[in-house]
Each structure stands twice: as structure tokens, then as C-alpha cells.
Design a protein around this ligand. Sequence first.
Ligand SMILES: [Mg+2]
Length: 441
Amino acid sequence: MLFDAWSEAVPGFQPGLDLESLAHRERLALVDCNQFYVSCERLFRPELRRVPVVVLSNNDGCVIARSLEAREMGIEMGVPWFQVRARYGVHAPIAFSSNYTLYEALSERVMASLRSFGHGLEVYSIDEAFVQLPSEQPWEIQAEALSTRVERWTGIPVGVGIGSTKSLAKVASWLAKRRYKRPWYALQDMAELAEVPVDALWGIGPRHAIRLRERSVKSAADFVQLDPVWVRKQMTVQGLRLYLELQGIVCHPMQANGRRRRQIRHARSLARDESCLRRLKTWLAGFVAQAAVKLRGQDCIAGKLGVYLISNRFRQEGGYEQSPQVFINSRLEPASSYTPDLLKAAHRLLEQLYRPGQAYKKIGVLLQDLVPRQEASLNWLWPRPESERVLMTTVDAVNSSLGHQALFYACQLGAGRYSRQENRSPHYLTRWDELPVIAKR
Ligand SMILES: [Mg+2]
């Protein structure tokens, strides 16, 4: 049983290998931007540096990011904004609508600063990356160099946690932020695992945390004392990987060029219920166009396309349907990254899902079965005309230099805004007409 479990969990594990011999001697740094969305907003509004600030989800619904000051006021993650406003009145924090265009642009700059070190880099999320550290220099000096350079080059403060596996780097990052309140921390020895509560571990959700506490597993140190067979049985191979990683055995190797997305989703809640097919089509067209830009950005084509259309159950008269179909997909023949193909397919699916008179609150598109364009062009049955690729490359280039939607598709015209974003900051970094102005003459 154990052997099967090890070979399932540990890449490169072979019979006869001693597990200890796989313990990693190298070090990884987890670089994590501090309160990333809030830091992005503050970068252009330095007067808000010590003021409580929050960032809201789509349609200004809930709090999705908080400054330390807002956290200290007792504002929880995910709480609806109207409740915060009702409770704090004029003392409520400054709130921003989410501005993902800005956050993505700053994320790219953070990652570019990290890339400039020339070490292995894996972009893990919009505000986190793993960096492989060479062993010549002391870890502390490298951690300091990473955080100083990112902050100096981009203005975004980061925390750095260093350990021999990704899970240990996460632990170090937690210790730096929550326990020692310092910008970086390198894990020294395993005794420190006793400081880390089990629910702060990477990938331990509330359900597992409760079950572990029932077995009086309170800290990461208790967790690594468990029987691995029990861990595998109760917490799947993911739990076992965490268990081994906390003991220095790499189960999640670095993925050098970042991961290519396996699917691309673009879905949004609408500010108001919508029952007009024409407007739904227009919004969907905009989402498809944006998903297609991401698809071409990773040089892939999609083999399948799906559409979400979610109705507002609470407003339906006569009870809601037994199983309202909210998602359907279909194969793209041939696979494509050509926006007009994707638009046609998406609109066809939308027409199938749509029921007249129904009020819808969310709509979106999902691109699936992504394969690199190079591999697909070997498909001689359906050669794609070169003109399509040239056209798309040109449209993407124009839009990336002149700003989002300098060129768009006619079917995107005329629906107006789908979301409520009352406090969105300007697109400081991606639109000429919204560049920050330092001084006006
Ligand atoms: Mg962060």
C-alpha cells in the first residue's frame, strides 16, 4: 500500500529508492504580493496608504480584498458591501470596484521583475510566484534582494517565504506574515511546524481542518506525525502530497514556464436581471472576444466551446424548473482560435439555452480542449487559412497598443454596461486616455 501511495504522490519515485534520499536540498521562494488588489489601487492614490481600503467583487457585491487597516476594523472577507456601509456609515473604508485590467498589468510587471533574476520561475497566481533559488548565496540575502527589487521596480510590496518545497515555502510565508510580521522568512528547521495551525496549511479546507482537529491534530507538526496510510485514505493523494512536502519531499515540482491554462472561462454576473436575447448576445460576444485574446496569447486553439446562462431563481414565478439547464457545450469543427468562429458557435449555443421571458443574472463562455496551434496545424484535413491568423494577430496588436476595444466586432455593439462598477479606478497602465497625470499646466 505504502509503495503504491508513494509512487502515486511523488514524481520520479521508483522501487528501491529511499524516500529520505529524495528530500530536497535546494530552496524555493514563494513571493506573494501583500494585499495585492489594495496595493494596486494605493499605488496611484498614495494618500490612501494608511487609510482603510477594500476592493469589491463584480457589481460591487462583496469585499474581496482588504487593507490591514480594514482587517483591523473587523471587516471579514466576502461580506456584502451594503452591510459594511450600513454598519460603519461615514467611517466605512474607501471602496474600489475591482479593476482586473489594472491588476493584471501590475502582475505582469511584478513577474517581469522576478524574471530579471534569471532563476527558475513559476507564476502561480495573479499575485504569487515560486522562484528557484541558487545555492551560492545565503537565503536571507536572496530573499531581501527579491522583495527589494519588486517593490522598487513596481511599487508593490511583497512577502517572501523560503523552504525546500512549495508547501514549506508557503509555511514560511505564513510565518513571516502572521507570526513574525516581517517581509521575508526562511524556514530553519522542522520544529517550526509546531507554530503553524493545521488550517493555515496549503490546501487544507475547513472540512479537513475539522476532521483533523477531531483527531487532535492542531498544528502542521501534529499533521506530519499522522500515519500516511490514514492520510491517503481520508484526504486523497492531495493530502498525502502535502504530508510529504512538509517533510521536504517534492511532490509539486516547479513548472518552469508557468502552466498553460487548460481552459479559459469568462463569465460575469449582470447588474440587473436581463431577459432580452439581443443584449445577452452582445455581452456574450464581448466575453468571447476577451477569452479568444487569452487563447491566442498562449498560442492555442480550442476544441470545444461552452456557454453559461444562469437565471435568477428567486424571481421566477410558479417555482423554478426542476433542472434548469445552465451550461451546454459543443465541439468546434475544426478547432479554432478565430474569433468569428467562436462567436458563431457561442451565439448558437446561447439561442439553445435561452427561454423567452426568463430573467438571467449571469452569462459566460468557456473554451475547452485547448491544444497548441503548432500541433493542430498538422491537421491536413482542415488546414486553417493563413489569412485568419494574420487578421487575428493584427487585431490583437492594434488593441494591445491602442487600448482594449479599439477594434471590436459589430455584434458587440450597443448593449451598454452589464455590470455596476461605481468606484472603478482608471485603467492607468493600459489606456492612453486614462494615464495618470502628475501635474496639469
Ligand atoms: Mg497575496
